[in-house]
Write a protein that binds this ligand. Structure first.
Ligand SMILES: C[S@@+](CC[C@H](N)C(=O)[O-])C[C@H]1O[C@@H](n2cnc3c(N)ncnc32)[C@H](O)[C@@H]1O
Length: 324
């Protein structure tokens, strides 16, 4: 008998149920940021990385280049898995530094099929064997770990400060779960965007070209395309805010009028009052001093970090210690 579709195994049903949950919240409507990355969203994110105001990706790449020799010295010949690889553009430096012998296995893990296709297209050459894994982080890391050869180390990459999408407690819990899939001596290379002057952070998420606005609004477009919704994208406005209490940039979509939206694929009709927002993404910013603490709480030792001075950004190399 064929398995019945349930939210657990049908991505569209999961999307519909997450949309329903998020848009029926009483205090603050929300949509999970992972849904920003459909085909168009992934392309728009790549465009964001080229914006002069978004220094984060260039800073990450500069520190990756600087740290690559040491990463290669510690993890040469390791199996490499990357959480939320996106296009994997910056990853080449790490893979080249870790290549020993004729080939190296690299397992990018991403929910976005578009991102994975670009990643495999860019990196599957020069001795790099790419095993793309279309899955969420935790499902994917289990599948990647199964590719490990006997006695081979595993190095997990989580770049681009994507860890900032989790709240601080959730980030440590998530990293602990990742750690539980690793063996003592395995590594985690973690990119974190550091706190900087608020105007500099805000404009990085609200560029004058409007690319980040398009990236954010595309989430409503995705609901229209995949769930038959009738959001009028022109009736919502992109907004980036700094939340000082939580030290994070938040992206919101603000309703420009009192309006109602129907989403047949989620069997939902939802009302918005003028000025009300949907919270779509959090990007927590970090202080250097909190990183070793996070490592210890998640079951790692903080081995070394590299900082970009031009756009404060840290790349940290953590090593898994024996533990539960
Ligand atoms: C901010 S982008 C970063 C891409 C790349 N690592 C970089 O540094 O430029 C986040 C990536 O993570 C993916 N992603 C988001 N949530 C995910 C999840 N829960 N499981 C797997 N991939 C996810 C998105 O599809 C996207 O490609």
């Amino acid at each position: 008998m064929p398995a019945r579709a349930s939210p657990a195994n049908d991505p569209l049903m999961t999307f519909a149920s997450d949309v329903t949950l998020g848009l029926t919240r009483e205090k603050q409507k929300e949509l999970p940021s992972k849904y920003l990355y459909d085909e168009l969203g992934s392309v728009l994110f790549e465009a964001i990385t080229l914006l002069p105001e978004y220094g984060l990706t260039r800073a990450d790449e500069r520190v990756i280049r600087r740290s690559a020799p040491e990463t290669g010295r510690c993890f040469g010949g390791a199996l490499i898995a990357e959480l939320g690889s996106g296009s994997g553009k910056k990853t080449r430096h790490i893979l080249n530094a870790c290549l020993r012998g004729p080939s190296l296995t690299y397992a990018p893990i991403d929910l976005s099929a578009t991102a994975l296709a670009v990643c495999a297209g860019q990196l599957d050459n020069g001795g790099i064997e790419v095993h793309p894994i279309a899955a969420s982080y935790l499902d994917g890391i289990g599948r990647a770990a199964a590719l490990r050869q006997r006695k081979q180390k595993l190095l997990v990459l989580f770049l681009g400060s994507t860890i900032g999408n989790f709240d601080r407690k959730g980030a440590v819990e998530f990293l602990r779960k990742i750690g539980s899939c690793l063996l003592p001596g395995d590594g985690l290379l973690l990119g974190t965007d550091l706190e900087k002057p608020i105007p500099k952070m805000l404009v990085a998420y609200d560029d004058p070209t409007g690319v980040t606005a398009a990236f954010n609004l595309n989430l409503l477009g995705r609901i229209n395309r995949e769930l038959g919704g009738d959001f009028d994208l022109r009736m919502f406005q992109h907004e980036a805010r700094y939340n000082a209490e939580h030290r994070r940039i938040e992206m919101h979509l603000r309703s420009k009028a009192d309006q109602a939206v129907t989403i047949p694929g989620a069997q939902l009709r939802v009302s918005f009052v003028c000025g009300e927002t949907i919270w779509t993404e959090a990007s927590h910013k970090f202080a250097l001093a909190e990183l070793p603490r996070m490592a210890a709480e998640a079951g790692f030792v903080h081995q070394q970090h590299w900082i970009d001075e031009e756009w404060p950004f840290a790349e940290s190399l953590w090593v898994r210690v024996a533990g539960p």
